[in-house]
Design a protein. Sequence first.
Length: 481
Amino acid sequence: MSIRLRLTAWYTGILFVTLLAFSSAVYGFVHLYTYEELKQRIVNQVDKVAFGTNGFEIVPSKDSADRLEAADLYMQNYSFHNGQIWRSDNMIYSGLQFEVPSTNNIAKANNAFTRVHLNGSTFLVYQTAFTDSNKLVLWLQVGANTRTIEQTLDRLQSILIMGSAATLVIASTLGLFLARKSMKPIGKVTEAADLIQKGTDLSVRIEYDGPEDEIGQLIGTFNGMLERTEGFYKELEDAYAAQRRFVSDASHELRTPLTTIRGNVDLLQKMWTEAPGERANMDEETMKQISAEAVGDISDEAKRMSRLVSDMLSLARADTGQTFERDPVPLQLLVEEVARRAQFLEKTAEWHVGELSVLNGVYVEGNKDYLQQMLFIFIENAFKYTPEGEVSLDVVLYRGQVGIRIADTGIGMDKDEVPFIFERFYRADQSRGVTSGTGLGLSIAKWIIDEHKGSVEVVTRRGEGSTFIIWLPTIFAPPLE
Ligand code: ADP
C-alpha cells in the first residue's frame, strides 16, 4: 500500500471517528434537551390544572382543559371512585385513550413519564395520582404527541449522517489529492535515482519550486549529493584521463631514447663482431670514431632517460598525495646558495643576481630541498632557452609574500602557450627538437609551489624573453627598513 493511500486512509479514519463522536454528541444533546423541555412543559401545565365538578364527578376545569389543548397537550382523568374516564376534547376528537395502569402499578407509575403508542403515534405521558385522606381519588394523565420532535430528530440524524458522509468523501478525495501532490516530488527523487542507477548521467537534478519544507530539504540534500558525486566523478575521470595521458606520454618519451640506444648498440655490435674480411671498407680509425660517437649518443640518451625517470618518479610521488616535511626555511641563505650554485650551470647567457639582503629574517614554511629544486628548474630553463643575453634573479617583498623573480632575455614564448607550460610533457613548439628537455620540469615546479601554498606569475614575449615570479607566503614579518 502506497504512503499516500495509507496517509489518506489514516486521516479519513480519524475524521470518521471524530465526526461520529461529534454527531453523536450533537444528536444526544438535542435529543435530551428537546425531551427535557417537553417534559418541563407538561409538568408545568399539570401543576396548573384546576378541578371542578361535572355532576357527581370531579373533572378538570374547562379553563384548564382549554389551556392544555391550546398547548397541544392531551389530558385524561380517571376516577377511582366510579371508574369513569374523562378525556379532553382533542382526545375524543382523535379517538385516543390512554391506558390506566392496574392498581398494583400505580405506585410505580405515579409522578412519572411513560411512552405510549397509540394510533401509530408516540405520546409522552405524565401521570399523577390525587388522593384524599390516603385514598386514591383521581388518576390524571397529560400527554404530548412526540411526532414533531421525532421528525425533527430524524431530520437532524439524516443531516448529520449525510453531512458526515459527504465530508468524509470530500475530505478523503481532497486528502488523496493533497497526499499525491505532496508525494509527487518524492516520485521525482525516485525517478532521478532510478535514472542514475540505470545510466551514468550524473547531471540529472530534481526540479522543485515548492516551499523549503521536509520534502524541499530532502530534494535540496539529494541535489547537493548529486552535485558532489558528479564533482567527484568528474575529478576521478579527469585524474584517470591525466593518468592515461601521462602513461602514454611517458612510454612515448622513453621509447625515443631507447630506440637511439638500441640503434647505436646494434651498430657497434655489427661493426665489431663481423669478421675482418666481411667488414665494409673501413679502417680502424674510422671505426673508432664511429664507435666514440655511438657511445656518446648512448650516454646522452641514458642521461636523458635517467632524468626522465627521476622526474616521473617525483610526479608519481606527488600524485599519490605524498608530501614532505616542512620547517621554517630562512630564505636569504637558501636563495644565496641557489644563486651561487647556478653560476656553475651549463650556460651561454650571463648570470646576474640582484640584492638579496631584503630576505634577511624572512622565512617560509616549507622544505629546503624541494624549494631549491623548484628554483633550479626555473633557472635551468632560463639558461636553456636563452642562447645569448642575460638571466637574472632578484627578490621582492609584498604584503606578506616574497616574490622570487627569474628573468631572461631568451627566446620567450607565445602568449597562448603559457597556460600549457605547466602541463606534463608539454614543450612549446620552438623548444621541441631544439633544446633537450622532458617537458616535466615546470609540472614538478608547479607542484612544489602549490604544496607551499604559493603561486607563479609568467610574463613572456616571443623573441624577447620570459620572466617567472614565484610568490610564496612568508611566516615572519619582514624587517623594517
Ligand atoms: P622542458 O624540459 O621542455 O624545459 P619544462 O616543463 O621545464 O620542460 O618547460 C615546458 C616548456 O615551457 C618548455 O619546453 C619551453 O617550451 C617552455 N619554457 C619553459 N621555460 C621557458 C623559458 N624561460 N623561456 C622560454 N620558454 C620556456
